[in-house]
Design a protein around this ligand. Structure first.
Ligand SMILES: *Cc1c(COP(=O)(O)O)cnc(C)c1O
Length: 386
């Protein structure tokens, strides 16, 4: 798994640079001056209202990370020992770990070769009497087949938790990602389109889960109701933990969310330039590029190349490195990890995942990537001895 290299600073063109929209420091100063720096503060409420409005979700709650948003979903669904949760093998560990922490057994689904998203046909074959939830990951901000997954989940009475960590402000058939499942999880880690360093949000689409979510994130207490003046003291009501985002970070995040159209437009430019400049080269060398199905409106989270072989992929990474450009591979199959093998994961379980993981490389992609820098990356790719 390669999120950001510790030596990223050594590269003239890094893989990622966290975006700065402009008003982050001014908003942080506002939060500090007002003395409202703990969780559930004024900036958190502004971020949550914006997400609820733009995504059409019932409730958005900011969390300290995307991982913790997934953990909250697992707690709210009362996932426990004996339950099975279907996750893609081609994902970040948190998609599975949040449920494994509750004692569940992860069941790994393969991906589709065009979109690298969970294969709904494989998921259907994996559903059994113990299946409690399915967790689609919208890889690269391109939506999974939500119609098919939603129909399957409804038919078999299982919950859908969307891992929308890549997918904020992307849509499937005109509906925002994160608004399909019982829950959605967002991440604001520095590698994501919109960031505050570390952060996340739980999106809740069914009203009945809201009161308990407010208790779980407040250490199992009804402090949220107390702050609203609905009770005259607060006490221990349920299990819970600490899942609030400091308003210092929410202030940072709000500056980014407000600038969402500008940030997305810049990323669209980066994506389109890569696509236009690399399509003929890719065609000539048997290299795959991201596929955006007609049903999907992407948010341009990342741009990858699928090389014909592991050796060619590694040669390309080395060539780019020699030119001061950091490109990185992505997820190693979870079913073949030391943890995945504990549940019997073995080679051949998810053949597309296994083939793709070895051949994929992501190119530098961030909103501040200049046209000149991007030209250097494109020239380096096209001149690589692959
Ligand atoms: C980034 C990410 C997460 C959550 O990450 P955090 O660092 O905890 O915010 C979860 N799933 C996927 C697919 C991700 O890319």
């Amino acid at each position: 798994m390669t999120r950001a290299s510790p030596r990223a600073a050594a590269y003239a063109i890094p893989f990622n640079k966290p975006c700065l929209a402009g008003k982050e420091l001014a908003y942080i100063r506002d939060a500090v001056t007002a003395g409202t720096v703990s969780g559930d503060g004024p900036f958190a409420k502004r971020c949550e209202a914006l997400l609820e409005r733009e995504l059409g979700v019932r409730k958005a709650l900011l969390t300290p990370s995307g991982t913790q948003a997934l953990e909250m979903a697992a707690l709210l669904l009362e996932i426990g020992p004996g339950d099975e949760v279907i996750v893609p093998s081609f994902t970040f560990v948190s998609t599975a770990n949040a449920f494994v922490l509750r004692g569940a057994t992860p069941v790994f689904a393969d991906i589709r070769p065009e979109t690298l998203n969970m294969d709904a046909g494989h998921v259907r074959r994996l559903v059994g009497p113990k299946t409690k939830a399915v967790v689609p990951v919208h890889y690269a901000g391109i939506g999974c087949e939500m119609e098919a997954l939603g129909a399957l989940a409804a038919e078999r009475g299982i919950a859908v938790v969307e891992d929308a960590a890549h997918a904020l402000f992307a849509a499937y058939r005109g509906k925002p990602l994160g608004s399909f499942g019982t829950f959605g999880a967002l991440s604001f880690h520095e590698t994501k389109n919109f960031t505050c360093g570390e952060g996340g949000a739980l999106l809740i689409n069914e009203a009945r889960y809201v009161p308990r979510a407010e208790i779980i994130r407040e250490k199992g207490t009804d402090r949220t109701r107390f702050f609203r003046g609905q009770v005259d003291r607060y006490t221990w009501m349920d299990i819970g933990s600490s899942y609030l985002m400091s308003d210092v970070l929410a202030a940072f995040l709000f500056a980014q969310l407000e600038a969402r159209d500008r940030i997305t437009a810049r990323r669209r430019g980066v994506f389109s330039r890569y696509q236009a400049a690399l399509a003929p080269w890719a065609q000539a060398h048997g290299v795959g590029l991201p596929v955006v199905p007609v049903d999907c409106e992407p948010n341009f989270h990342l741009f990858y190349l699928l090389l014909p072989s592991l050796e060619q992929r590694n040669r390309l990474i080395r060539h780019l490195k020699s030119r001061g450009i950091l490109s990185v591979f992505h997820y190693l199959p979870l079913h073949l990890s030391p943890m995945g093998r504990r549940w019997g994961g073995k080679a051949g379980d998810c053949p597309v995942t296994e083939a793709v993981s070895d051949r994929l490389v992501r190119l530098p992609f961030y909103s501040g990537l200049t046209v000149t820098q991007q030209r250097r990356v494109i020239d380096a790719v096209r001149s690589a001895p692959i």
